[in-house]
Design a protein around this ligand. Structure first.
Ligand SMILES: NC(=O)c1ccc[n+]([C@@H]2O[C@H](COP(=O)([O-])OP(=O)(O)OC[C@H]3O[C@@H](n4cnc5c(N)ncnc54)[C@H](OP(=O)(O)O)[C@@H]3O)[C@@H](O)[C@H]2O)c1
Length: 381
């Protein structure tokens, strides 16, 4: 005989004396911590609530034989809380395995992929998720937005936010292509080098984002411009770089920042006034040569997110972390992809953790990623 299920999800073995044969055996699932107790027929629970049976076959004969007539035995599953479910939306064909690992490692129990999602489907998916759980259990529910397109991801985040029906509301985190957390890690690492090695900050610095038209370059440009830097996004085609710079200034920066654009062919000129360089181009492409580094009179920090050889910046190894760049006449230091990747990992992990069980739903993107990356670096110092 199997235990019946009550309305609260507590399975009750309704089998006191007279209801079930004393020799009845009950199979108990090994995976769950069970608790055997007794419930007084007329109401409240009583002894021995703390008796735990972890696995095996429970033979209730003993208990049933000696059970007072007005008690019935119950099997409870006190630890069977609702699992933490992260609904992971992407407009791409595949959800990033990196993001799935990150979600589960941060404590989410289920990381469910929704692939090829159309932005117009976000409202329906969000509302399907929020109305299926009580408000208490919604704290154990979250939404992650991936994909490759930064604007689309921010639009989807905003749509998700607008689709909530308080108090039915869950946290949402956008990190398309890992770009928000990668950019946050890079800018926080650069800021740290400026402070510790050059006794200055991002404020007023001239930054070149080489290959900056992709997701990582865009987010890095916006984060550092919001921190007070003068940022130029460099691409092979000036027109494309201008469109992206405009998107960054007006969409992501709300028109409160001005990011300019430049052509890759002109970067030798731009290097004459650059304090900081980000190499955020596609993997395995050198964007800054040793000659250009040597020619930069005020270069302080050069950061490269590309982990695939050759390095995006000549002389900057993936392991470099504030390491002097050989051949730099201005004493610039380099930060490589693995050093940045470590901070990116911490930022993404902390943001995914912050969504677990949080009292008030939160909506996370590149600004939050930068805040936690900065805090992480401070905590390490
Ligand atoms: N370290 C980490 O934790 C981490 C995490 C995520 C990503 N990443 C790395 O971050 C980098 C940027 O990622 P992303 O997704 O933003 O890059 P992406 O979109 O693939 O490329 C960025 C830009 O690179 C330029 N580019 C492409 N092919 C080029 C070529 N052959 N020569 C010169 N420029 C070229 C393009 O700009 P134009 O067409 O405008 O020139 C493109 O917009 C990648 O190297 C990626 O592997 C690192």
């Amino acid at each position: 005989m199997l235990p019946a299920c009550d309305r609260n999800g507590i399975r009750v073995l309704d089998a006191g004396r007279g209801h079930v044969a004393p020799s009845a055996k009950f199979h108990v699932d090994k995976a769950l911590p069970y608790r055997l107790g007794f419930t007084k027929r007329m109401g409240q629970d009583c002894f021995p609530k703390s008796t735990e049976i972890h696995y095996g076959i429970v033979n209730l004969s003993f208990f049933l034989l000696y059970l007072p007539a007005n008690y019935k035995p119950t099997i409870r599953y006190p630890l069977m809380e609702k699992p933490f479910i992260l609904h992971m939306l992407t407009t791409a064909k595949n959800l990033s395995p990196f993001d799935v690992n990150m979600a589960l490692d941060a404590g989410w129990v289920s990381a469910l992929p929704y692939i090829n999602v159309e932005p117009s489907e976000v409202q329906g998916l969000v509302q399907d998720a929020i109305f299926s759980r009580s408000t208490k259990n919604l704290k154990r529910t979250g939404i992650f937005i991936g994909g490759r397109d930064t604007k689309q991801a921010m639009d989807m985040l905003n749509t998700a936010k607008r689709s909530m029906v308080p108090p039915f509301e869950v946290s949402v985190f956008a990190d398309p292509s890992g770009a928000f957390t990668t950019a946050a890690g890079m800018v926080a690492a650069v800021e740290h080098e400026l402070i510790t090695k050059f006794n200055t900050t991002l404020e007023g610095k001239t930054i070149l984002a080489l290959g900056g038209t992709g997701p990582v370059g865009q987010a890095a440009a916006v984060i550092s411009a919001q921190a007070g830097a003068n940022v130029r996004i460099i691409g092979r085609q000036l027109e494309k770089a201008e469109l992206i710079a405009d998107l960054c200034s007006n969409e992501f920066g709300d028109g409160k920042i001005t990011i300019t654009a430049g052509a890759d062919a002109d970067k030798a000129d731009y290097m004459k006034t650059a304090d900081v360089v980000f190499a955020t181009g596609a993997a395995g492409i050198e964007l800054l040569s040793a000659e250009l580094i040597a020619s930069a009179p005020q270069l302080k920090v050069a950061a490269d997110v590309n982990a695939v050889p050759p390095a995006g910046i000549a002389g900057v190894d993936a392991f470099h972390n504030g390491t002097p760049i050989a051949g730099s006449n201005s004493g610039a230091v380099g930060i490589g992809a693995l050093a940045i990747g470590n901070i990116k990992y911490q930022a993404q992990n902390l943001l995914l953790k912050s969504m677990l069980n949080c009292e008030k739903p939160i909506y996370l993107h590149f600004e939050h990623a930068f805040a936690v990356a900065r805090d992480y670096i401070k905590s390490r110092a």
